[in-house]
Design a protein around this ligand. Structure first.
Ligand code: SAH
Ligand code: SF4
Ligand code: F3S
Length: 477
């Protein structure tokens, strides 16, 4: 039996136990999943929901009413961890009120031994703990939790395994994330992700294409291809090919080649991807984007810092000049491209002059949007061991400088498109204004315009009548 079949068998076993419970209690059982962190985690949560629904559980929007509460955690910065601990404290009360309640924690934070130790000691009422490598095992873990006492902990340090085609419950009917690879090999000096997500593993091109074809048949018009560094898609296959360990039926292709295949899928209208590491963004990728009718003209290109000295220390493998050249090349080749970024302020040893360099890049590139983070010390990473950590007050001061400049440039970029007619994928009804819907433009910005719920999932042409800072008010044309 392969792993997929094993897990389907566990879903079946859980379903039997679940149905007994339903009979006993005279009601269905429900679940609530809270997701922290990035799109990878969001996609994992959809897989978790899919498995739970196959067992019979129904989704419950209000956490305190659920019979199973699952936290899919992130650990990229310490504040994400603190939010989980804070939240766990609250759950103790729920447990007293509902004897059926099970509490589960999974995700990146659980790949850290210290976090797991802390939960074992301080939050013993947690029922299940698992990690990033064995999300597909949820039914098996639930089965053990049903049939034995105490906390079930199932953690893997690493894996080579990718289990395809288990149930998934998508959050949106019309768009979906699609993992093209897992893990990260880059070991940027500040970052915990490679330690909690393991080494890079690409999915086979044929599995990716088949998944997207199925999604499209099910109503999806937009996919977001997910990887910590999509530009190194397939490099693990190349390595295996060289040392003779590649399975015979695996086709070795690059990321741009994968994009070209996905472009050919009938019915698929939009393709996005993230994240693209500047160190290996190829001309071939720019060419494919430029010629594509489906790839959105949006590039998320994390800068982290504009100081070449810090970039070297961060192990990013590019200089300020190389980055700027690349960004300007993108703007030159694809004039309507939106470039967004991530910036860290307060990396060990960072001076005001380093931040000046970052501001200089922001001014030159004119980001359409930027996420600015205060450096967070992650135990086990090289940067955490450094003695020249920057003082909190200085970090805040420099952070404010960066934030105000990115807001300024991003507003200026947004204003440029006022008056244009662009296509938007209608994603939701507008919560703020009755009779309005919210659409997402190719550049990832939002436009609110009069429309009905029936438009959700369709791509329509919208005139951006008024720029409101970071978004637009528009009208369908
Ligand atoms: N793989 C992606 C990033 C994933 S993490 C990439 O390389 O671009 C998302 C962002 O979190 C990073 O781009 C970085 O800006 C930020 N980040 C990562 N580690 C951090 C840390 N220790 N402190 C503050 N921000 C961090
Ligand atoms: Fe972290 Fe760097 Fe990997 Fe991105 S590329 S996940 S920042 S180590
Ligand atoms: Fe966080 Fe894990 Fe993503 S640490 S940013 S959820 S890969």
């Amino acid at each position: 039996m392969d792993e997929r079949e094993r897990q389907l068998a566990y879903i079946e076993k859980c379903r039997e136990l679940y149905e007994k419970k339903v009979e006993e209690l005279g009601r269905k059982l429900s679940f609530h999943v809270t997701t922290f962190g990035c799109q990878m985690n969001a996609r994992d949560s959809e897989k978790l929901c899919g498995i739970l629904e196959s067992i019979g559980y129904v989704q419950e929007d209000e956490e305190e009413k659920a019979d199973l509460i699952l936290f899919n955690t992130c650990t990229v910065r310490d504040n994400a961890n603190q939010r989980v601990y804070g939240h766990l404290g609250v759950l103790k009360k729920y447990k007293r009120l509902n004897p059926e309640l099970k509490i589960g924690i999974c995700g990146c934070m659980m790949q850290e031994k210290t976090a797991v130790e802390k939960i074992r000691k301080s939050y013993p009422y947690v029922d299940i703990i698992f990690g990033t490598h064995n999300v597909f095992k949820l039914a098996e873990i639930m089965y053990h939790s049903y049939t034995s006492e105490g906390m079930i902990i199932d953690l893997w340090e690493e894996t080579e395994q990718i289990v395809e085609d288990l149930p998934v419950d998508r959050k949106y009917s019309f768009k979906s994330g699609v993992n093209i690879m897992f893990g990260c090999n880059n070991f940027c000096s500040y970052c915990i992700v490679p330690y909690v997500r393991g080494r890079e593993r690409s999915r086979r091109p044929s599995d990716i294409v088949t998944e997207i074809e199925k999604l499209v048949a099910d109503g999806v018009v937009e996919v977001m291809l997910l990887g910590q560094n999509v530009n190194s898609y397939g490099l693990d296959f190349v390595k295996k090919q060289k040392n003779g360990t590649l399975e015979e039926d695996v086709e070795v292709i690059t990321f741009p080649e994968l994009l070209k295949r996905i472009e050919k899928i009938d019915g698929l209208k939009r393709i996005r991807f993230m994240t693209s590491h500047p160190k290996d963004l190829s001309d071939e990728l720019i060419e494919v984007m430029k010629n594509s009718k489906k790839i959105c003209h949006h590039m998320h290109l994390p800068l982290q810092s504009g100081s070449s000295r810090l970039l070297a220390d961060m192990n990013r493998h590019y200089t300020k000049e190389q980055y700027v050249e690349l960004a300007l090349k993108l703007r030159r080749e694809i004039p309507d491209i939106a470039i967004t970024t991530d910036i860290i302020v307060g990396y060990p040893g960072e001076t005001k002059e380093d931040v000046d360099e970052t501001l200089d890049v922001i001014r030159t590139v004119q980001y359409d949007n930027a996420f600015t983070f205060q450096y967070s010390k992650r135990t086990g990473t090289p940067a955490a061991a450094r003695e020249d950590q920057v003082e909190k007050a200085q970090v805040q001061e420099q952070f404010d400088r960066v934030l105000s400049l990115v807001q300024e440039t991003s507003k200026a970029r947004t204003a440029l498109l006022e008056g244009q007619v662009l296509s938007a994928l209608v994603e939701d009804v507008d919560e703020q204004q009755e009779g309005y819907v919210t659409g997402r433009l190719g550049n990832n910005n939002c436009v609110h315009f009069p429309g009905s719920i029936a438009l959700i999932g369709s791509i329509v042409e919208v005139k951006l009548t008024k720029c409101m800072g970071f978004y637009y008010i528009g009208e369908m044309v």
